[in-house]
Design a protein around this ligand. Structure first.
Ligand code: FE2
Length: 132
């Protein structure tokens, strides 16, 4: 991927924002790998080969989850919206619209978009995950 995860001059970005962008790039790559494995598994006739691919896809699920959790700990509004959408039955779009609206009303627990400079917020995000 090189340095193309940055859309602004890297030297103008904080260390936190560069890290945030790197993890976003990793999240994208893990998602892409999950989709590639899904395609390979769907066409593979050899059960032994398919088992290896399924095991590898499981690793990518884990990598995706870890990257996402890292980002959500540092982005309270994103976390709040995910909490309103993920692991819920019912209409996904309705949950998404409601969670976004709630976050606009200040229900997001603060703003620290894209790994900004708010170190206090970073600490809150870290503590949230540590206690679970
Ligand atoms: Fe991976």
């Amino acid at each position: 991927m090189g340095f193309d995860q940055y859309h602004e001059p890297p030297e103008e970005l904080s260390a936190q924002t560069r890290t945030f962008a790197r993890i976003c790039a990793s999240l994208e790559e893990e998602s892409q790998a999950i989709g590639w494995y899904q395609q390979r598994i769907s066409v593979e006739a050899d059960p032994d080969a398919r088992a290896i691919m399924e095991d590898a896809q499981g690793e990518e699920f884990k990598h995706f989850a870890m990257n996402l959790e890292f980002l959500l700990r540092r982005t309270p509004r994103w976390r709040a919206i995910c909490e309103g959408v993920l692991f819920k039955d019912g209409d996904i779009v309705e949950h998404g619209e409601a969670a976004e609206a709630a976050s606009e009303d200040g229900g997001g627990g603060g703003e620290d978009e894209a790994g900004g400079e708010d170190d206090a917020s970073l600490g809150i995000g870290g503590m949230r995950g540590a206690g679970q």
